[in-house]
Ligand binder design. Structure first.
Ligand code: 13P
Length: 246
């Protein structure tokens, strides 16, 4: 049985004060939930404080990106060993905003994935197609290529531990979600390339009002939550929807 995972991606949001309030409210909201895992992926500067607040709680934490290099003259970058030192359980790799706005290629994403695993953390491999690619009937080709690049550089067994996040680009921050059937179709396709036990979560405008129907799909093992992860009541309502599945 796959334990559902609900992970928040705060993106470039937060402040030390607002983070404290948000985490306190999320912790209170998920206190009684059982059988699911919850996590927040926060901006780098907050990792120390977040790790201190969340240690020994049931909310895990992680980062949204990392360098594929381990150390050296890479101004502005953050390495996997640094993130491991802050107790990160999860690290997002290949988020569509990284691919689209910062030019991350499939090869770079594969190297980042390897760096996360090599340092004992769990990569959350984000992949998904643009609207243009979907309309052209190329969804499986695109997500298949994104997955194959990572499989090419990493042992397939890596996916026993890693998480895959299907995030159709056209559904991110747009209020337009994939239908449960659309999500299920892509998740089932992705599962054929990984393992029955690999968690494949869905991201893209997941809200309290649509989470339950998406999570009800057999190959949807939770969600990667952007905007709604910044609102404690929304995030915890989404976590409750995942719990009903678990
Ligand atoms: P939204 O939930 O804001 O659409 O963002 C999804 C996402 O990109 C999570 O990584």
């Amino acid at each position: 049985m796959r334990t559902p995972l609900v992970a928040g991606n705060w993106k470039m949001h937060g402040s030390r004060a607002s983070n404290r309030a948000l985490l306190d409210a999320v912790l209170a909201g998920i206190e009684t939930l059982a059988g699911i895992e919850c996590a927040v992926c926060v901006p780098y500067p907050y990792l120390g404080e977040v790790a201190g607040r969340l240690a020994k709680t049931r909310l895990a934490w992680g980062a949204q990106n990392l360098s594929e290099h381990l150390q050296g003259a890479f101004t502005g970058e953050v390495s996997a060993p640094m993130l491991a030192e802050f107790g990160c359980r999860y690290v997002l790799v290949g988020h569509s905003e990284r691919r689209q706005l910062y030019g991350e290629t499939d090869a770079v994403v594969a190297a980042k994935f390897a760096a996360v695993l090599a340092h004992g953390m769990t990569p959350v491999l984000c992949l998904g197609e643009t609207l243009e690619e979907r309309d052209a009937g190329r969804t499986e080709q695109v997500v298949g290529r994104q997955l194959a690049a990572v499989l090419g550089l990493n042992e397939k067994n890596a996916f026993k531990k890693a998480v895959v996040a299907y995030e159709p680009v056209w559904a991110i921050g747009t209020g337009r979600t994939a239908s449960p059937e659309q999500a299920q179709a892509v998740h089932a396709f992705l599962r054929s390339g990984v393992f029955p036990e690999t968690r494949i979560i869905y991201g893209g405008s997941v809200k309290p009002g649509n989470a339950a129907t998406i999570f009800a799909m057999p190959d949807v093992d939770g969600g990667l939550i952007g905007g709604a992860s910044l609102v404690a009541g929304d995030f915890t309502a989404i976590a409750r929807a995942a719990q009903r599945k678990g």
